[in-house]
Design a protein around this ligand. Sequence first.
Ligand SMILES: *[C@@H]1O[C@H](CO)[C@@H](O)[C@H](O)[C@H]1NC(C)=O
Ligand SMILES: *[C@@H]1O[C@H](CO)[C@@H](O)[C@H](O)[C@H]1NC(C)=O
Ligand SMILES: *[C@@H]1O[C@H](CO)[C@@H](O)[C@H](O)[C@H]1NC(C)=O
Length: 481
Amino acid sequence: MLEPKMEGPVFVLFLLMGLVLEVESAIGVNWGTFSSHKLNPSTVVDLLKNNKIQKVKLFEADPGVMRALAGSGIQVMVGIPNEMLPPLSSSTAASDLWVRQNVSGYAGKDSVDIRFVAVGNEPFLMSYAGQYLNYVLPALLNVQQSLARANLAGSIKLVVPCNADAYEADLPSQGTFRPELTETMTQLVSFLNTNGSPFVVNIYPFLSLYGSPDFPQDFAFFEGTAHAVTDGSNIYTNAFDGNFDTLVAALTKIGYGQMPIVVGEVGWPTDGALSANISAAQAFNQGLIKHILSNQGTPLRPGVPPVDIYLFSLLDEGAKIVEPGNFERHWGIFSFDGQAKYALNLGLGNKLLKNARNVEYLPSRWCVADPSKDLSNVANHFGLACSVADCTTLNYGGSCNGIGVNGNISYAFNSYYQLRKQNSQSCDFDGMGMVTFLDPSVGECRFLVGVTETGFANFGECSKGLVSLVLIVWGLLLLRA
Ligand SMILES: *[C@@H]1O[C@H](CO)[C@@H](O)[C@H](O)[C@H]1NC(C)=O
Ligand SMILES: *[C@@H]1O[C@H](CO)[C@@H](O)[C@H](O)[C@H]1NC(C)=O
Ligand SMILES: *[C@@H]1O[C@H](CO)[C@@H](O)[C@H](O)[C@H]1NC(C)=O
């Protein structure tokens, strides 16, 4: 690659800028909203601020979330879901509209500080079998044009978060993009380079461990390993560095070895699989943060850590699809209700995570199996409850796996009851359910109490509309009386 010639003072300036960039490298979080018990977005923004988290990544521009972020000073990466790539790729009217509604709409006084727009989310994922492959670049170009027309192209950068399955190699230095992606990747990276955007990658050592029983446990963490990987003169002591450098090598091969890299998702779940537990998640996340903030970098990029990393995830999402595994619903550093799961120093000023404040819970009551009833015909109810509510912790490797047959039934009943906002009929189950005021939680197995859902996009708007309608009708009735 051609390097521009630099004169002395300019070179020093560049060095200084490099230093400034390095200091700015920060820890952010992903905020996903596939939860059956959503916290009020303003409660979540308060949680972010209280934990001094300055950067957040969203998977879409949920109006309730965006409004809560307005004026917060928190920097936002906002995503465009993959389903929108086809329409956005074929029409600049569609991309203009997207930018107007979801970006310009939040500009101005008390604006949302949008720094990045993520066009698609892991659109090249192998399991999508090329479904989005041909839409990514056209969509990217259209959204870029729309940003330019809105005079926002200078302040907002476009990125495309890629899963680490976009590249492969036995050793990091041999990294290449998947052959069928090479052309698209070359165009994408050239676009990113022209626009000063980073390459965004999601890296999951947990999935390597989960997916292959032979994967050496200690190589997933940052605490030294008996399984170091030697690659020429470089020695890798953790999977994260090895994965990151495989990307560096792949980028180098297509001519962009200097491309800045942001880690868009990285983390460890706490439930739903044997290796998904509190102590492993704490060890991984704390080890990762220490490693990043040490500015040590990786063997192929010594002294140059990723520009930013976004932990996956802020909160548990109990309504996520579990196709990849039961752990999918348990990635949060906080539980669904904003309570810290373990001690974690994010390196942002607080030594420990701080819990969400003023969380509005439903009343302290639970639905359990009535022990005086014959429960032999419960299978249908159990199945139905768990098909809509979250029962993932009951399975092998989960925190509630050992609570026995009746414990299982009670857990399912309660999950359903809380999902239905403790509606009294939702604890009937043909007379087999009963409401209790004693917390049935056992050991690590937590029987949850739901939170009251307010302030979310559609629900919030709709209920507000309904309330005003009722008030108006009531007012009219009063007037006529
Ligand atoms: C703005 O984003 C939201 C959330 O993803 C989406 O539902 C909506 O369709 C988008 N607006 C436009 C005009 O595309
Ligand atoms: C937690 O996960 C780690 C990492 O896989 C594993 O080594 C450990 O045995 C697990 N701990 C428990 C209590 O299951
Ligand atoms: C409880 O339910 C889970 C998930 O359906 C199952 O794997 C486990 O074996 C059950 N336990 C008992 C004691 O029936």
